[in-house]
Design a protein around this ligand. Sequence first.
Ligand code: FES
Length: 113
Amino acid sequence: MFSMKIRWVKFADSFAELREKLGERTTLLMPVNGQSLLLVQDLGKFYLVQNKCPHQGAKLEGAHCEDGHLVCPWHRYGFDLKTGRGAGLYLENYPIEERADGIYAGFEYFSLF
Ligand code: FES
């Protein structure tokens, strides 16, 4: 029987470290779990998403946030930062969790157990 599990991968020591790395920017490419993912900061919260727009594949680095959505710089489609949904499409996003020893991102995978 298959079941969905989440593998948690540490990618920062603290939210303060992420704030410092981002500075005034909204987005920052980060190496996480062997991928180059996009860290997004909106209204003091952090999100981790794929750096590829689900519409026509544009890089989302440099995108801006509007009403809780990440807006693609190419055709301005917006994707909900919490769900990834927008314009009938889905932007892959990863949960972020703060733990005592750092900040972790969650990656879903199927397991036989
Ligand atoms: S490529 Fe992002 S909205 Fe078209």
